[in-house]
Design a protein around this ligand. Structure first.
Ligand code: MRU
Length: 345
């Protein structure tokens, strides 16, 4: 199942707000439409929104036909609009910056060469994401023993990427090696990426999955029903503190209490070496109605005050290992993450 495709100079995305009920593709033809698709979670997951935003910049140059001096302004405006959509996932900034670097190198050339170069770059990023996830899967599978019961949150799967997934990439690779007994899928309130997306994705692949509400994790751990927690990441600070879907931190605390390994799976592009520690990571605050309303049904008083942080930060000392495409990284993260990023400390 493709999450994104470049077709006839437009972006085709699988609309994740419709899943699991409807498998529907939506065409995006402008930067405005791309920004809306990212903001409204039609596309979501840190690696995928990075790649979609990269294609958004291709759309910006495809729809432009004026003098090339003005194109630079248009590209910069598109860059700002796209990165403002979701502040926590660093992959978005990373992908857009990479596209702008490619643009800077060719901006003095004719329009068709610029279009060609940017298309090439976005396509490369899309393909790299898939191969990166396969490597994460292979590395991560080494951490698991036969018959492992994994608990995961949100959707860090094929749906959150250009294929295979990060946390679910490990599950997929380990399942192929006969190492997965079952996956506990935390439903992930408020917008239920676990119940709607992870449950759907795993059942399509016939990987045994059982859905739980978010508040059941401790009970299962206490009963010895969880051997490992594996989650994705939206941004990993230089010291290893990791922002991921709200609820991840609670799982990490529970995992430590019950002596269960807690693994984070993410591409190197999710590591923000410029951010010293997790408290500096901007946390996206979303519409309160996401908490008040499930589907079409208001489940509380219509005007009850609500907080709706989309992510939380897990301190690095609770993380057993971070699995990247370059290998398995363990603490002290300040040193090991710098090393993996080729940064001298
Ligand atoms: O709000 P979402 O659905 O974009 O949140 C996604 C997550 O928190 C994922 O765990 C993270 O982006 C990693 S996806 C491989």
């Amino acid at each position: 199942m493709k999450t994104i495709e470049w077709q006839n100079d437009k972006i085709l995305i699988l609309d994740q707000t419709r899943l699991p009920g409807q498998v529907e593709y939506v065409t995006l033809s402008s930067v405005d439409e791309v920004a809306h698709a990212i903001k409204s979670l039609q596309v979501r997951g840190a690696p995928l929104i990075g790649v979609v935003a990269a294609w958004g910049l291709v759309l910006a140059v495809m729809s432009y036909s004026g003098p090339s001096a003005e194109l630079a302004e248009i590209m910069n405006a598109a860059r700002q609009q796209l990165t403002a959509t979701r502040p926590t996932a660093v992959n978005l900034q990373w992908a857009v910056s990479r596209m702008m670097e490619a643009y800077d190198q060719v901006q003095d050339l004719d329009l068709s060469s610029i279009r060609h170069r940017l298309t090439e770059e976005a396509r490369a990023m899309q393909e790299e994401d898939l191969s990166t996830n396969r490597l994460i899967g292979e590395w991560g599978a080494r951490l698991l023993h036969p018959d492992t019961k994994v608990l995961t949150i949100c959707n860090a799967g094929a749906l959150a990427t250009c294929g295979h997934g990060t946390a679910l990439g490990i599950v997929r690779s380990a399942f192929a090696q006969g190492k997965i007994q079952k996956v506990w899928v935390s439903e992930t309130r408020p917008v239920l990426q676990g119940a709607r997306l992870t449950a759907w994705e795993l059942s399509r692949d016939e990987i045994p999955a059982t859905l739980i509400t978010d508040n059941m994790a401790g009970f299962l751990m206490q009963r010895g029903e969880v051997d490992a927690v594996i989650t994705g990441a939206d941004r990993i600070a230089a010291n290893g503190d990791t922002a991921n879907k709200i609820g991840t931190y609670s799982l990490a605390v529970l995992a430590r209490y019950h002596d269960i390994p807690f693994y984070v799976a993410a591409p190197v592009s999710s590591i923000d070496i410029s951010m010293e520690e997790g408290s500096l990571i901007p946390i996206e605050e979303r519409d309160p109605d996401e908490v008040r309303i499930i589907g079409e049904c208001c489940i509380t008083s219509v005007d009850i005050p609500v907080v709706n942080p989309a992510f939380d930060v897990t301190p690095s000392h609770l993380i057993t290992a971070i699995v990247t495409e370059k290998g398995i990284v363990r603490g002290p993260y300040l040193e090991t993450l710098a090393e993996i990023n080729n940064v001298k400390r």
